[in-house]
Ligand binder design. Structure first.
Ligand code: DC
Length: 221
């Protein structure tokens, strides 16, 4: 078993907040795998690579100039934290993430974030199933699409971005459908994952459930 906590689930379910909290609690490093897919989408826009040009996307994925500095994401040493979070990049990321060759090209890169000495919290869609199947604790968060859209609109508004709930709900449902039904690493809980439906839970309650799993599995002592 590896000293890893995986946090998987659909978009807008609160994985990022929980993962950050778990890092603070454990002192583990963070892998935000979604940021890697988003950085690839960002790169494809910059390099004018079409979503259907698999060879060019794979080449870019292998050489992706992405790095992390604290919670910031750098592309070619430029801070792209805010630009990779917009809806356009998210939609492209979701499309190119369904290409098997792209996922394979990013696999080793993601695995390399784990180093036995420091432990890892890995946030994504297939962390517990494909990238880190030997993780000690696997959490899978869910929430209804309506609730996730509500949370996303609140988040966008707090950033001064105008958002329409019906459009965001539709975007989330389309992305969910693509993530769940793709052939390669579809969004499914690992058979040994703890599933937490957060629709009606406060964030504190989610933390409590996750913390208990860490104690039960010897990550917290
Ligand atoms: O978690 P996120 O919203 O930042 O992820 C952006 C996109 O990347 C999302 O549509 C799904 C995809 N993704 C993935 O396929 N596998 C991962 N491990 C992480 C993200």
């Amino acid at each position: 078993m590896d000293n890893i906590v995986t946090v998987d689930g659909p978009s807008g379910v609160g994985k990022g907040t929980l993962s950050q909290w778990l890092c603070n609690k454990t002192g583990f490093l963070l892998l935000d795998s979604g940021a890697i897919y988003r950085a690839l989408a960002y790169g494809s826009i910059v390099e004018k690579i079409s979503e259907t040009d698999i060879d060019a996307l794979v080449t870019l994925a292998i050489n992706l100039p992405v790095s992390f500095y604290a919670t910031n994401v750098l592309y070619d040493n430029k801070d792209v934290t805010a630009s990779i979070r917009n809806e356009e990049t998210a939609a492209i990321a979701s499309k190119i993430a369904s290409i098997t060759e792209v996922r394979t090209a990013l696999l080793e890169r993601q695995k390399s974030f784990y180093n036995k000495g420091s432990g890892l919290v890995a946030d994504g869609r297939d962390m517990g199933t494909v990238v880190f199947p030997k993780a000690k604790v696997k959490l899978f968060l869910t929430a209804s699409a309506a609730e996730r859209a509500k949370r996303r609109v609140k988040q966008l508004k707090s950033q001064g971005v105008d958002a329409i709930l019906t459009q965001i709900t539709l975007d989330i449902e389309q992305r969910d459908e693509r993530d769940r039904t793709r052939l390669s690493s579809p969004l499914v809980p690992a058979s040994d994952a703890i599933i937490i439906d957060t629709t009606y839970l406060s964030i504190e309650k989610v933390y409590q459930i996750a913390e208990k799993a860490l104690w039960d599995n010897g990550i917290l002592k």
